[in-house]
Ligand binder design. Structure first.
Ligand code: GDP
Ligand code: MN
Length: 395
């Protein structure tokens, strides 16, 4: 689950990381009054940032500075409702604009191959970091945190040296790097990214200019499988920005991933689903989705899965491959027949149900007398038929 910047910043703050103050607003008038507050408190400018779950907001025009309350209002008017990579902006973050001296990149990601948390840093942070990674990967420094001891001081210091940070910045960087590592672990995140981690100029107590490291942007994604341990994070889910298909799939406990082919697949078990997709590809077809309906699927779940598949207009044929163990064949068959009744759009469907209660399943399907439903005994036969059906050929 991806978190909005303002939620991500809450988690950073909770670990004591330096995040400048901000307000979240949903209207231009609210943005204006937040800006008035910051300007009155001594800021020269405010920054207004679109809150959407896609990267590259700066380049897309979703991050702008304003020097007056009036300008803040008109910038907020432009950004609210703006479309950024297919997402409509519903909220903006308003904050005192930072006077940036340098931009760094700092992130923790789960490195599955190494089975450790990888900490990455670069002195070339900012909006071009993807280009830096592609063109000069050596400009991104990496270190694996210790699996039990975490990110050690010397590792964080080495990273700081490689980024060219010294003095007070070096000490602060070590604290920040260890803090984002803690943020990662405390929230079961698989990514915590600060870009930019900026050296920000500010007035010191005695009028002397000071510089400090600040987390100006934050991106966090939480491991979905760990969300049950973090009810407070679940509250941060932004349903407005989720694909409706994903919302239904999550509510029904289905693993559903849309693909670009024409054969809808309904299978129980992730391994069987992947094998089925491989066989479809080998037979010259293209799966429209990955779908694991899970063990013990009841008929209502099967019906929900069917409507998810049929909501994709590219689907020309459906393959149902159920290996009944805990899942009972008759339940699935009832679900399929029920789904057919509910759905207006009918496409050819080839069904193979083996294992628990497969005879009852066959009888239910036969009794339904639905001309769009064929049954198959072997997977090879089934795949051949469904590929033919998806190409408009009746096998
Ligand atoms: P992103 O494009 O979605 O990653 O959004 P960011 O929050 O990282 O903002 C993009 C860029 O806008 C940053 O790299 C900065 O250069 C600039 N920016 C963001 N906040 C401020 C700010 O407070 N002051 C100034 N001067 N620039 C900012
Ligand atoms: Mn950024």
């Amino acid at each position: 689950m991806k978190l909005q910047e303002y939620h991500a910043k809450t988690l950073l703050r909770a670990q004591g990381l330096p995040v400048p103050e901000y307000s979240i607003t949903q209207t231009a008038a609210e943005a204006r009054s937040a800006a008035e507050g910051y300007l009155a408190a001594g800021s020269d400018k405010v920054v207004i940032k679109a809150q959407v779950l896609v990267g590259g907001r700066g380049k897309a025009g979703g991050v702008k500075l304003a020097a007056s309350a009036h300008e803040a209002e008109s910038v907020a008017t432009q950004i609210l409702g703006m479309d950024i990579k297919g997402t409509t902006v519903r909220r903006v973050l308003v904050a005192p604009a930072a006077d940036i001296a340098a931009e760094y990149y700092l992130a923790c990601v789960l490195d599955r191959t190494a089975r450790r948390v990888l900490v990455m840093g670069s002195a070339e942070g900012g909006v071009e970091i993807e280009d830096v990674a592609a063109v000069r990967p050596d400009a991104i420094k990496q270190v694996h945190a210790h699996p039990h001891l975490g990110l050690l001081d010397y590792q964080a210091r080495e990273l700081a040296f490689e980024l060219g940070l010294g003095g007070a910045h070096l000490r602060d960087f070590v604290t920040i790097a260890k803090g984002i590592f803690r943020t990662m672990i405390a929230n079961d995140a698989d990514l915590v990214e600060i870009n930019p981690l900026a050296i920000v100029r500010g007035p010191g107590g005695d009028g002397q200019a000071t510089e400090s490291l600040q987390c100006l942007d934050a991106k966090i994604t939480i491991d979905d499988s760990a969300l049950s341990r973090h009810p407070a994070l679940e509250q941060m889910r932004d349903l407005d920005e989720e694909d409706p298909v994903d919302i239904v799939a999550r509510e029904q406990g289905l693993s559903f991933i849309r693909l670009d082919g024409s054969i809808g697949c309904m299978v129980n078990g992730a391994g069987l689903a992947m094998t089925t997709m491989d066989l479809i590809n080998r037979a010259g077809g293209k799966p429209a989705n990955f779908l694991d309906i899970g063990g013990g699927a009841k008929s209502d779940k099967v019906a929900a899965a069917m409507s998810l598949i049929l909501s994709d207009e590219n689907v020309q044929a459906i393959l149902v491959n159920i290996f009944g163990g805990i899942a009972r064949g008759d339940e699935v068959a009832h679900g399929l027949v029920e789904a057919r009744r509910q759905q207006e759009r009918h496409v050819p469907m080839v069904v193979r149900i083996v294992g628990t209660n497969s005879e009852q399943a066959a009888a239910i399907l036969l009794e339904a007398g639905d001309p769009d439903i064929q049954t198959a005994q072997t997977l090879d036969e089934e795949v051949k038929r469904v590929v033919a059906a998806s190409a408009g050929v009746l096998a």
